[in-house]
Design a protein around this ligand. Sequence first.
Ligand SMILES: NC(=O)c1ccc[n+]([C@@H]2O[C@H](COP(=O)([O-])OP(=O)(O)OC[C@H]3O[C@@H](n4cnc5c(N)ncnc54)[C@H](OP(=O)(O)O)[C@@H]3O)[C@@H](O)[C@H]2O)c1
Length: 327
Amino acid sequence: MRAIQITDLSGPETALRPVHLPEPAPSHVLTPGQGVVVDVHAAGVSFPELLQTRGQYQLKPQLPFVPGSEVSGVVRHAPAGAKVQPGDRVAAFCMLGGWAEVAVAPEFLTFPLPPQLDFAQGAGLILNYHTAYFALVLRGRYQSGETVLVHGAAGGVGTATLQIAKGLGAHTIAVVSSDAKEVVARQAGADEVLRSDSAWKDQVKGTVDVVIDPVGGDQWVDSLRALREGGRLVVVGFTSGSIPEVKVNRLLLNNIEVVGAGWGGYGIRKPAVSREIGAAIANLVDEGSVLPIVGARFPPEEAPAALRLLESREATGKVVLEFRGST
Ligand SMILES: NC(=O)c1ccc[n+]([C@@H]2O[C@H](COP(=O)([O-])OP(=O)(O)OC[C@H]3O[C@@H](n4cnc5c(N)ncnc54)[C@H](OP(=O)(O)O)[C@@H]3O)[C@@H](O)[C@H]2O)c1
């Protein structure tokens, strides 16, 4: 099969190689037992793969390896008792190995692909949406009608969070860095859009219930100031490259919280929670609230350009590699 490997840790321009490899067996899955084997049509491109080309992600497989945490495609083989069957269109989270024509995912992280979504949209349905739901609802304890502010709001996690929050009845505020990203944030359901280089904090001070932050960096203290009493700032990632530190007196003074949300490792250890989140997202797709925004599609051999788009901060929505046709 065709696949893209990370062969060294020299960065996105030089670390990737197109290769031909034997197809993986059902046992080539990150959890014990047999996984679901998927003929991959599209694979998601995400920040972790960018970091993996430099050895900067927490998951550090032995070189060379096939990256790619999520795919969508058609089931070729499913273990006994699986909820999906050969021939089903699915979205699946495999953690690694997704940038290939065939990938294997745990059964509990393989979900039917709703008929209204194409394969490229399916390749953006798990990592970002499960993370967004986990961060907003399970970790951020979001309640219907609350105000949710989202940083990096035109990105993968950002657009997913806006759609889920809107679908669950939130007033949504997006923070973005450009006009083009404002358009995407509004498309994803932002009620208000603020620019990250403006005095956005003055407009929202003390009015926000939940901040979802995949960016980190300089805006951290302003995010805390944005919270009203009882508000929660949920830490999701650090695309800015800087991990903020918090003076905890700020939490005490306003009775606010900082909460971490790490979905990947958690979801893999908790099949029941992953199924619950998958069902909630399927409902939101059915209601029309969740519709992954695909910002760019590349052939697999152009994976370096796909990663460059993320690194240059120009990506919007989900970036995908297409291994087969998209419908
Ligand atoms: N905690 C978890 O379980 C979990 C799960 C999935 C992903 N993540 C993390 O969440 C983060 C966001 O992922 P994503 O897929 O949404 O990424 P993305 O699509 O590239 O979006 C990230 C956004 O971050 C902002 N940003 C600010 N400074 C940046 C910089 N120096 N370089 C690039 N972007 C910058 C950009 O928005 P503006 O230009 O508008 O500022 C960009 O749109 C990543 O760190 C990822 O590892 C965490």
